[in-house]
Design a protein around this ligand. Structure first.
Ligand code: FAD
Ligand code: SF4
Ligand code: SF4
Length: 462
């Protein structure tokens, strides 16, 4: 029977005070009863508008129907036909602007909790089904993947299933890209990402960490080594700065450096190899998911006062609504309509404050958002011994500057056709390296598209 409740079944979470002292996952997930109850809110619509909101076109009504009937394994199999990382997407996809934004139940109440159900199914499967994947029969062709984020991993998985011998080259000492070094443990437990990577290894994919393509080996050398096609999924990990006076002071981090130290190097644990300064007061500049993650990590490191400084208002804040609410519950302060103009240092070269100005919103700019304009004479100082810049990232120029024939746009993003083919024969690309900073599911979608284009390319060559 259809459950006509207007609200989603609530998902248990750790309370705000407890969780600001630990890095454990905030949202605890549905149990079987909750999942079935939520799944029975789905109307199984004939025209299934929700699917049009999903970049990889998960068959949402079909998997939810199986959840409602308690067939969790079948539900997993349906999701897995189109999404290779459901436990990740169920947690970090911006569902409210994707699949859930199209759900008809959202017209008169809350949409069906598609993301929570996807997460439930993937977790249920991980805990209940122990499958040993076997490498498929080799087709004798070699493909190299550069970068082990969601784009590279998805491309690798799809090609391995077709029998390709796939080698992934990763610059860092751990595979997973932003899923490992950027998104914190309390939003995406690392064990889940590693489980997916283990599955790929069982399918015969080899992963070579500490391998910076463009330095340790070039794209041309990979071709000389016998790889017939190369996929570049190197992301957009180069942090942007504002070029403020004092931005090079000690205590100023890019969000990427701060999060990498925290998440990948576990700097918050006693005796960790990479130390991290434990500041008293931190200012985070920016309003996206990265800014929320940095602020919430700082809080968990024990920083007393954590402020987010963002130049527009709450309405324009680009971070996911749920992340903003969680940040507020954890005691993060929001300095909205404020912009930093100078970093102030002490005599030993450490940050001691950030000079800001108040802003107001003017006419809309080319992005359609109202342009922030400074209020003259509104300068004020926020005391801080740490400043974290989370104002966006760009693709790293290393590969394009060491490879002939790879065209990029003015933002340094690789140019590809709709199938992920770059301007260099045999080289394909996808994910943030092509789009600039975007989302996990879009990167996965690009990896999938490129895998089928690579297959077609190699078959045609044959
Ligand atoms: P990445 O995940 O960046 O992976 C690229 C990999 O390539 C990295 O491991 C890098 O080390 C490696 N690499 C780079 N250069 C080389 C080289 N020369 N040789 C070898 N390896 C190389 N998206 C969401 O959907 N939801 C969220 O909640 C969300 N939160 C985020 C929070 C943070 C802190 C950040 C930084 C991003 C977040 N995103 C989120 C965005 C999302 O993570 C990215 O869009 C996605 O990871 C891009 O995937 P990718 O595979 O293109 O690149
Ligand atoms: Fe929604 Fe993401 Fe799942 Fe697609 S992959 S159905 S967008 S949660
Ligand atoms: Fe179910 Fe909503 Fe999709 Fe309709 S639009 S099938 S109610 S999830």
């Amino acid at each position: 029977m259809i459950n006509m409740a207007n609200e989603k079944v609530a998902m248990p979470i750790q309370d705000g005070v407890t969780r600001r002292n630990n890095f454990d996952e905030v949202a605890l997930g549905y149990d079987e009863t909750m999942a079935k109850e939520e799944a029975s809110r789905c109307l199984n619509c004939k025209h299934h508008p929700c699917i049009s909101g999903c970049p990889v076109k998960v068959n949402i009504p079909a998997f939810i129907k199986e959840v409602a009937e308690g067939n969790f394994q079948k539900a997993y199999e349906i999701i897995h036909e189109t999404s290779s990382l459901p436990a990740v997407c169920g947690r970090v996809c911006p569902q409210e602007t994707q699949c859930e934004s199209k759900c008809v139940r959202g017209v008169k109440g809350e949409s069906v909790a598609i993301g929570r159900l996807e997460r439930f199914v993937a977790d249920w499967y991980r805990h209940h089904v122990k499958e040993e994947k076997k490498p498929p029969v080799s087709n004798g062709h070699k493909v190299a993947i550069v970068g082990s984020g969601p784009a590279g991993l998805t491309c690798a998985g799809d090609l391995a299933k077709l029998g390709y011998q796939v080698s992934v080259f990763e610059a860092l000492h751990v595979a997973g890209g932003v899923l490992m070094y950027g998104i914190p443990e309390f939003r995406l437990p690392k064990e889940i990402v590693q489980h997916e990577i283990e599955g790929l290894k069982q399918q015969g994919v080899t992963i070579e960490c500490n391998s910076v393509i463009g330095r340790s080996e070039s794209i041309d050398e990979l071709f000389e080594d016998g790889y017939e096609a190369i996929f570049i999924g190197t992301g957009a990990g180069l942090p942007n700065f504002m070029n403020l006076s004092g931005e090079n002071l000690k205590g100023v981090y890019s969000a990427n450096e701060f999060l990498t130290r925290c998440n990948l190097m576990k700097a918050y644990q006693e005796g960790a190899d990479t130390p991290i300064q434990k500041p008293n007061k931190a200012v985070i500049v920016g309003g996206g998911n990265v800014a929320m993650d940095a602020a919430r990590c700082a809080k968990r490191l024990g920083v007393e006062e954590v402020s987010i400084v963002y130049r527009r208002s709450m309405d324009e804040l680009p971070a996911r609504k749920e992340e903003v609410e969680h940040a507020m519950e954890e005691g993060i302060q929001f300095q909205l309509l404020r912009n930093p103009i100078r970093v102030i240092g002490d005599e030993s070269g450490w940050v001691k404050g950030v000079e800001c100005v108040e802003m107001m919103l003017g006419e809309a700019d080319e992005s359609g958002r109202r342009r922030p304009v400074e209020k003259p004479g509104s300068n004020f100082i926020i005391e801080a011994d740490c400043m974290i810049m989370a104002i966006g990232t760009s693709p790293n120029p290393l590969i394009r500057s060491t490879t002939e024939g790879l065209d990029t746009n003015r933002k340094g993003c690789l140019i590809t056709d709709e199938k992920g083919k770059t301007t260099r024969e045999g080289v394909f690309a996808g994910g943030d390296a092509v789009t600039g900073a975007a989302t996990v599911i879009l990167a996965m979608g690009a990896g999938k598209t490129a895998a089928s284009a690579i297959h077609e390319y190699i078959q045609n060559k044959e």
